[in-house]
Design a protein around this ligand. Structure first.
Ligand SMILES: [Zn+2]
Length: 295
């Protein structure tokens, strides 16, 4: 009997020896959950394997099985490729490719692509609150230049603003190419809405003509977005855990709603609460499936 007890004690001690119970080791899992999730998502450089699946909302979510948009193609180039934010749901990648090809077919060569999402989506240490589910893409309003941009230029090129914030109008740089690009993106069947600066929406309302104006409904005025359009696709049908936002209101959005943006241009000043990642989304506030993606 004493021998048995001794054996049990030895076995128990062996188990403890294999798991070092330092305070740091005990505290690690819960501490990680309370840290901002942005750094953890930014540190993962590749997509997870398996079926593409979106979890959560545009501002609190992630994506498994993301695809990567090619950095360089005849019809597009990705700006700031070092950010490693050209990942998205395959439907988003396809949409960007489709729009780029259509813009080229319209005679404007193609598009310069901004951020999509990180390899597993999630919050970013800088730049965006949304873009978390691989369903958002920024496309610059300056079309693809005639000359291919070099790797250095891709990192440094800053497309110009198309909005005169003092006059609350578009600049002379905004013209047929920009209207064609916005119309192509808005007519894409997967696109749910597009955010642009209010004067850009106004210019579209004035210049879209009397023909098909249905696409104008998807183009929504928002602060910022003076040099790029933010193109958002809807939740993929097979992503049950993806949460859509409310549908865009009926109509072309050229009436009272736009008028209210133009009458109170407080959106011209930078946001009062810029995104501060240190105070941003914590991992334990994210969907459980998202937490698993950065473990
Ligand atoms: Zn955006």
């Amino acid at each position: 009997m004493p021998r048995l007890t001794s054996l049990r004690l030895t076995a128990a001690l062996a188990i403890f020896a294999a798991v070092p119970l330092t305070p740091a080791a005990v505290a690690a899992p819960s501490a990680a959950l309370k840290k901002p999730a942005a750094a953890q998502f930014a540190a993962v450089l590749t997509a997870s394997t398996g079926k593409p699946m979106v979890h959560g909302t545009y501002t609190n979510g992630c994506i498994a099985g993301a695809s990567q948009l090619a950095a360089d193609s005849p019809h597009w180039q990705v700006l700031k490729p070092s950010r490693n934010r050209a990942w998205g749901h395959p439907a988003l990648v396809r949409m960007v490719e489709d729009v780029a090809r259509q813009v080229a077919a319209d005679g404007h060569r193609g598009v310069l692509v901004g951020d999509l999402a990180q390899a597993r989506g999630g919050p970013m240490p800088y730049g965006h609150n949304s873009h978390q589910t691989g369903l958002d893409a920024d496309i610059w309003l300056t079309p693809l230049p005639e000359r291919r941009l070099t790797p250095d230029e891709l990192e440094s090129f800053a497309p110009p603003s198309m909005v005169d914030l003092e006059a609350v109008t578009v600049t002379p740089a905004f013209g047929a190419a920009q209207i064609a690009m916005l119309a192509r993106a808005a007519r894409h069947p997967d696109v749910e809405r597009i955010f642009v600066s209010p004067p850009i929406k106004q210019a579209l309302c004035e210049q879209a003509g009397d023909g098909d104006r249905a696409w104008l409904r998807k183009v929504r005025p928002w602060r910022g977005h003076t040099s790029h359009m933010h193109v958002r696709i809807a939740c993929p049908a097979d992503s049950d855990a993806c949460k859509d936002q409310d549908p865009v209101p009926e109509g072309d959005g050229c009436g009272p709603e736009l008028a209210s943006w133009l009458a109170d241009p407080s959106w011209r000043t930078p946001g009062k609460r810029p995104y501060v990642p240190e105070k941003g989304l914590k991992l334990n506030a994210m969907p459980a499936a998202c937490r698993k993606l950065v473990k």
